[in-house]
Design a protein around this ligand. Structure first.
Ligand SMILES: NC(=O)C1=CN([C@@H]2O[C@H](COP(=O)(O)OP(=O)(O)OC[C@H]3O[C@@H](n4cnc5c(N)ncnc54)[C@H](O)[C@@H]3O)[C@@H](O)[C@H]2O)C=CC1
Ligand SMILES: O=C(O)C(=O)Cc1ccc(O)cc1
Length: 314
């Protein structure tokens, strides 16, 4: 096994993402010691039963004391509270990172609480499922997926390099971008799609006369896929929308304009407008499949290899 990348890794939060990191880090020997921290003793006990770490604590300051790399795997809205708690306890020179689905807000919440000697390199693995908690994670979650790294200007290049090498050793490909660009891209590719899923399932649930019968009975098609997304963690997604407000509102405005155009086409029987759009969108999907970024069948985000370009020759 190669030399570990870090001596002590502290994972703050041990849900789907934290436990997936723990599993792949153990399997690949990426850290000599893993410290697991979470607020609830029951979750910590479960993490211990699953053997996810080497040391377990509910105290965030105790968790980070000896850590060379600290990764916060918590809902984005909890970032400030955790940074405030761990900031003074961090080992000088330590690298702090996170996995949050929004980036500008996390930086604004965390950076003010970190001493100058700490290197902050935020990251976002674009890999997940609708499940949460320590049982939901798996070591291959990040394999052949992207991990976007969004270092604030002036971040130490060696720290950026460590975080990139860490994610690459977890199986991901990394890309560096600004937090603002990340938030705009993810608003349209991930956040608005989740909002649409929550909304359509909510709309169906409001049709009380069909909720118990037809909606469930005939949900074999597109609706079923929406129900999977709409089963995603409520705390996590509440925080995503509250913490990527501007970008989500901008993309929603564009979405609403395009939806209104479709509504008009249906109202006025403009079949050409509908046909043209559906032809364009079909070509986009086929292009994605030809580029090796998606499988033909519904993938539900779990198949390693789906969601990013294939390796040359794959
Ligand atoms: N679920 C997904 O598919 C993906 C999630 N993410 C991001 O990863 C982060 C973690 O998400 P998951 O692992 O899915 O969530 P999860 O719900 O499975 O785990 C969250 C963990 O954070 C802890 N936690 C919750 N509130 C806290 C607080 N106020 N202070 C300290 N700890 C707290 C929980 O005890 C738990 O250990 C989120 O920021 C999310 O945006 C990123 C990529 C994919
Ligand atoms: O389950 C799915 O389809 C997802 O989209 C997973 C996911 C959720 C949030 C992220 O920030 C990244 C990936």
């Amino acid at each position: 096994m190669p030399e570990p990348l870090v001596d002590t890794l502290a994972l703050i939060g041990i849900g789907l993402i934290g436990s997936s990191i723990a599993r792949v880090v153990k399997r690949e020997g990426l850290a000599r010691h893993i410290v697991v921290q979470t607020r609830r003793p029951e979750t910590l006990a479960r993490a211990e039963e699953l053997g996810l770490g080497d040391r377990y604590t509910t105290d965030p300051t105790e968790a980070v004391r000896d850590a060379d790399l600290v990764i916060a795997c918590i809902p984005v809205g909890a970032s400030e509270q955790v940074a405030r708690a761990v900031g003074p306890a961090l080992k000088p020179g330590a690298v702090v990172s996170d996995v949050g689905s929004t980036k500008a807000s996390v930086i604004a919440q965390v950076a003010p609480h970190l001493p100058d000697s700490i290197h902050f390199v935020p990251a976002h693995p674009i890999a997940g499922t609708e499940h949460s908690g320590p049982d939901a994670g798996f070591a291959d979650l990040f394999r052949n997926r992207w991990c976007i790294v969004t270092p604030p200007p002036g971040t130490d290049t060696a720290a950026i390099d460590l975080v990139r090498r860490f994610w690459e050793a977890c199986g991901a490909d990394t890309e560096v971008m600004t937090p603002e660009h990340h938030d705009m891209v993810l608003a349209i590719t991930s956040h608005v799609p989740h909002l649409i899923a929550y909304n359509i399932v909510g709309t169906a649930a409001h049709l009380e006369q069909v909720t118990e019968s037809e909606v469930m009975k005939y949900s074999a098609g597109g609706f079923r896929d929406f129900t999977r997304i709409a089963a995603s963690d409520p705390t996590m997604w509440r925080d995503v929308f509250l913490h990527n407000r501007e970008a989500v509102l901008e993309m929603l405005a564009r979405f609403s304009e395009d939806l209104s155009a479709l509504q008009r086409a249906i109202r006025f029987g403009d079949g050409d407008a509908l046909f043209d759009l559906f032809t364009k969108t079909r070509a986009i999907r086929r292009g994605i499949i030809e580029a090796g970024q998606e499988t033909e069948a519904p993938d539900f985000g779990r198949t390693p290899g789906a969601g990013k370009p294939a390796e040359p020759g794959e």
